[in-house]
Design a protein around this ligand. Structure first.
Ligand SMILES: Cc1cc2nc3c(=O)[nH]c(=O)nc-3n(C[C@H](O)[C@H](O)[C@H](O)COP(=O)(O)O)c2cc1C
Length: 191
């Protein structure tokens, strides 16, 4: 039996990002239980803000094409999403928006890898607020549904996340780890 393939990433490129800490932990758990995990850093996939005129002129950014192809090779998505003004981060939205666009003929389209449809996703969030970014996940869930992703009911948000990790990025509270592990286990189960 081949290991389920999961692509994991945080919607933040901040050096001290709480969501990057969270996704590293979740990816480690997924690997431990037998998944084949590709952990992305969105710093490596820089894109301009989506602009329809730019798209008409130049097509998709190279990073969007690379991500589309990479996503097509995986069945599962594991996302740790910051919450900005009760929504997902601009970075995450922009990345998904570019990836959702069809590849133009000038770049080898219209047939191209389908990055989202038919995939399963598990959502996580970390934020300094008490609710841990739960509202951002409502928005992310709606986006995923629109793109044809089945999003697990199970999710975990880390509230007061600025106090949740030690200097090595390990959860101080074992209960947090267990909750993240439950979500990750469920994702691996359905793949
Ligand atoms: C523009 C902006 C809006 C924010 N809005 C929210 C919010 O609505 N809810 C929340 O819990 N945190 C909010 N925050 C705080 C972020 O959750 C916090 O900066 C978090 O650490 C960002 O994720 P990261 O650590 O992975 O970079 C906001 C931060 C910024 C910069």
């Amino acid at each position: 039996m081949t290991a389920p393939r999961i692509i994991a990433f945080a919607g933040s490129t901040r050096e001290a990002s709480l969501n990057r800490k969270l996704i590293r932990i979740a990816s480690g758990i997924a690997t431990e239980i037998g998944a084949d995990v590709t952990l992305l850093d969105l710093r490596d996939y820089d894109m301009p803000i989506y602009n329809g005129d730019l798209e008409a002129r130049e097509g998709l950014p190279a990073a969007a094409l690379t991500l589309k192809a990479l996503f097509a090779e995986h069945q599962g998505l594991l996302i740790a999403s910051p919450e900005n003004n009760a929504c997902v981060s601009a970075l995450l939205k922009n990345t998904i928006d570019w990836m959702s666009r069809p590849i133009p003929a000038s770049q080898g389209g219209p047939a191209g890898p389908q990055p989202f449809k038919g995939k399963f996703a598990a959502l996580l969030a970390a934020s300094p607020s008490f609710h841990g970014g739960m509202r951002g996940l409502v928005a992310l869930r709606a986006m995923m549904q629109t793109l044809g992703v089945t999003t697990l009911a199970e999710q975990h948000t880390v509230g007061k996340a600025h106090e949740a990790f030690d200097a090595d990025g390990v959860f101080k509270d074992a209960g947090q780890l267990e909750s993240v592990a439950g979500v990750v286990r469920r994702l691996v189960e359905v793949l």
